[in-house]
Design a protein around this ligand. Structure first.
Ligand code: NAD
Length: 288
């Protein structure tokens, strides 16, 4: 989608980190911005800061994206405020750790609600509207490199939902192929945001806010420290926002942020292709 000036972007998880970086990048192109977030204080600050920094119209809406009705209400607020919405960024995301067998059901429900179902709710809430106004549009789904390569031990729900995010965006892009609406999936590497304290926003119905969990073993402690250091030393979210803007304008299916991750992706796809080599050599298929 080109000619962004004067159009409107709706961004979930827009009060912090990557979502706010996208808002800055789109606002710099003259787009109006609606930020949707679950954290009222951070949302108010983000709306005020972006309004000070730019000349575009900026508004905020409190919204728990894991609730379908809340997403539809937030969409309606955006239509009331701006008339038309063109770019929808399903970006809000959280992680809950622990081995798959031990993660409580409520945490699975929380991560699936925010990282996966919210993407579907946003498509359902905005796609009919974008089709109806006819000016074109773009859906940006924030997945992760953990949506391409498994995040490793203790990343079960995060990896599962980020793979789902990539799948939903790929399917949506196919469904919209012959239209003036498209879809991209953002797969960031490490970005310097507040993601390691995602538990601050766990809604009461999933057990309420939690502080980062203390490591239970030395290997847990090492893993946690590597993650913290990775995020701290990660990319500036504003640069990620600029990459997303470029990806939307160029209609990239996949928006990556870390060129060094290419080698790991190649390793994963080699492992997948090796599965086919094993198949060809298998006794069970011999002569078939
Ligand atoms: N930071 C990284 O290194 C990294 C890497 C890969 C992917 N990501 C993904 O980027 C996205 C943005 O995360 P971030 O790193 O900017 O973290 P962040 O914590 O700085 O921002 C996330 C935002 O989402 C909001 N949010 C959380 N739950 C919500 C809910 N139920 N409803 C509405 N808003 C909610 C938070 O209030 C916050 O403003 C997430 O999807 C995350 O998984 C981040």
């Amino acid at each position: 989608m080109k000619d962004l000036a004067g159009k409107t972007a709706f961004i979930t998880g827009g009060a912090s980190g990557i979502g706010y970086g996208m808002a800055q990048a789109f606002a710099a192109q003259g787009m109006n911005i609606m930020l949707a977030d679950i954290e009222q204080g951070a949302l108010d600050k983000a709306v005020a800061a972006l309004s000070d920094e730019t000349n575009v119209r900026v508004a905020g809406v409190l919204c728990d994206v894991s609730m379908r009705d809340a997403v539809f209400e937030a969409a309606q607020k955006a239509f009331d405020e701006f008339g038309k919405v063109h770019i929808v960024c399903s970006n809000a995301g959280i992680g809950a750790g622990g081995p798959i067998e031990k993660i409580p059901q409520s945490d699975w429900d929380w991560v699936v609600g925010v990282n996966q179902m919210a993407i579907v709710y946003a498509i359902q809430a905005f796609l009919p509207h974008i089709k109806a106004h006819g000016e074109g549009g773009h859906f940006v789904t924030t997945a992760s490199m953990a949506g391409i390569i498994a995040a490793g031990a203790t990343g079960g729900p995060y990896t599962a939902t980020k793979f789902a995010a990539v799948g939903i965006s790929d399917v949506l892009r196919g469904e919209l192929e012959k239209t003036n609406i498209s879809a991209s999936v953002l797969c960031p590497g490490f970005v310097n945001t507040n993601i390691t304290n995602a538990g601050r926003n766990r809604p009461d119905r999933f057990g309420g806010p939690i502080a980062p969990v203390a490591p239970k073993s030395d290997s847990d402690a090492v893993r946690q420290e590597m993650m913290l250091q990775g995020i701290k030393g990660g990319l500036d979210p504003r640069i990620v926002g600029e990459l997303v803007r470029e990806g939307v304008e160029g209609d990239w299916p996949y928006i990556f942020t870390d060129p060094n991750m290419r080698a790991i992706v190649e390793m994963r796809y080699k492992a997948i292709l090796d599965g086919f080599d094993k198949l060809v050599a298998s006794k069970a298929l011999a002569g078939k």
